[in-house]
Design a protein around this ligand. Structure first.
Ligand SMILES: Cc1cc2nc3c(=O)[nH]c(=O)nc-3n(C[C@H](O)[C@H](O)[C@H](O)COP(=O)(O)OP(=O)(O)OC[C@H]3O[C@@H](n4cnc5c(N)ncnc54)[C@H](O)[C@@H]3O)c2cc1C
Length: 399
């Protein structure tokens, strides 16, 4: 079947057989944000998302103040979706130190949040196509041709511009350079905690260090606890590679986690895992021959900051606004890099200290003696305030 026919079938009412203005590859927060912004400005946009259904992701599911603000601008209210308010951060190292977060925060499952954003995109006029994997991209005279595998067949689709929002997954032939800290594996498991432990968690997110890794624990909807951790690959190999063996080591090395998880029931058959996790990666230049890279494809901040989604949402919005304003991909990538590079570099340095000795000991002593420093780090790893893009872009009202 010809590309044009498929384009017509997939996009009737969204640009027709001549192709779309923009195709966004990947329907996470970054892709959804870009698509909503573009559709609001009258562009014909499709999001191609490879998963067919709502799904879980390896993520601490912590929404920072910036993430909450950005979601609000898109008309998504995490509290109305069942999110849990987080007011304090507990750092479990030498002892447990609790500080008030310098911003309001919420925890909400990615299964719920990502779907809400895609629903918002559909309402804004975006064509959201699920179960579609983009296998390859080719430059054409007036844009891009995408090779897509759908539920029943493969086909080609044309668009003037393409936004790559595939998260940690690289498109074929477009591997990202390694991040500054690329030797970690990420895991996530949901637990039903014992009632007294669940009660003790109320309103807090907890960060615990163990040998060559660190873990975040918080409650999400229905009082379920999300334990999300990263560990160096070498340590994982040393303990035999399995998540259960790793969990056993973590509990032996962190008395705090051991107490929290005593009597807890795992709720997934096995922990979810992701590798590699390229912490510290920041894209300085345009991707490929003029592709817009957003979210984790633009920059990856270590997970302990709980700010990855904020970077995703703000890069998606910025790329869309600059595309609408006919600015170049290179200018976008430079501006976004400038906005996030210091924050990503600081967080990556700390993330490396967390997993190496003797630096980890210094971090634990520092947090124990000066708990205020934990709060300062939480503040310093936020994004720089945004400046308007050349004053050329109009506000996109998504109410
Ligand atoms: C261990 C860990 C803990 C974290 N904890 C937090 C936290 O607590 N708070 C926070 O804000 N951030 C956290 N993050 C970071 C956060 O998960 C990411 O920064 C965020 O998901 C990036 O959004 P995205 O839209 O770029 O990518 P994603 O959310 O990964 O979305 C990408 C989408 O693209 C789709 N896709 C991929 N390839 C293709 C393809 N070829 N064709 C079609 N679709 C495709 C995928 O299915 C996916 O839905 C954590 C990350 C890790 C690793």
């Amino acid at each position: 079947m010809k590309a044009g026919t498929i384009v017509g079938q997939e996009t009737s009412g969204h640009g027709g057989a001549s192709g779309l203005d923009v195709i966004v590859v990947g329907g996470g927060p970054a892709g959804a944000a870009a698509a909503i912004e573009l559709a609001c400005a009258g562009k014909s946009v499709a999001v191609m998302e490879r998963t067919a259904q709502p799904h879980d992701k390896v993520c601490g599911e912590f929404l920072s103040g910036e993430t909450i603000g950005d979601l609000g601008a898109f008309g998504v209210d995490p509290v109305a979706l069942g999110g849990i308010s987080i007011r304090t951060l507990r750092f479990a190292g030498l002892g447990v130190r609790e500080v008030e977060l310098p911003f309001p925060a919420i925890s909400l499952t990615r299964r719920t949040l990502d779907e809400a954003l895609l629903k918002r995109a559909t309402a804004a006029g975006v064509l959201v196509l699920r179960g579609r994997t983009v296998e390859g991209l080719q430059r054409t005279r007036c844009g891009w041709r995408l090779l897509v595998t759908g539920p029943s067949r493969s086909y080609e689709l044309d668009a003037h511009d393409v936004i790559v929002a595939t998260g940690k997954h690289d498109l074929r032939g477009m591997a990202r350079p390694a991040g500054e800290q690329s030797d970690l594996v990420g895991f996530k498991m949901y637990f039903q905690l014992a009632p007294e432990q669940r009660e003790a968690m109320d309103g807090s997110i907890e960060l615990a260090l163990f040998r060559e890794g660190y873990a975040g624990l918080s409650l999400v909807e229905q009082g379920v606890a999300n334990l999300c951790w990263v560990v160096r690959k070498s340590r994982l190999r040393e303990v035999g590679g399995g998540w259960e063996a790793m969990l056993g080591c973590m509990l032996r090395e962190s008395r705090h986690l051991q107490a929290r998880l005593s009597g807890a029931e795992p709720l997934l058959e096995r922990a979810m895992a992701i590798s590699p996790v390229p912490y510290g990666f920041v894209r300085h230049e345009a991707m490929g021959d003029g592709l817009w890279a957003v979210g984790d494809q633009a920059a990856v901040i270590p997970s302990f900051t709980g700010d990855g989604m904020a970077l995703g949402l703000s890069s998606g919005r910025l790329a869309a606004r600059m595309l609408i304003a006919n600015e170049s991909v290179a200018a976008y990538q430079r501006l976004f890099c400038e906005r996030v590079r210091r924050q990503v570099a600081l967080a990556t340095r700390l993330s490396r200290w967390f997993v190496t000795q003797p630096e980890r000991m210094a971090v634990e002593v520092g947090a124990f003696l000066w708990p205020g420093a934990v709060r300062s780090v939480a503040r310093m790893t936020r994004m720089r305030e945004e400046r308007p893009v050349g004053g050329k872009v109009e506000e996109c009202a998504v109410g």
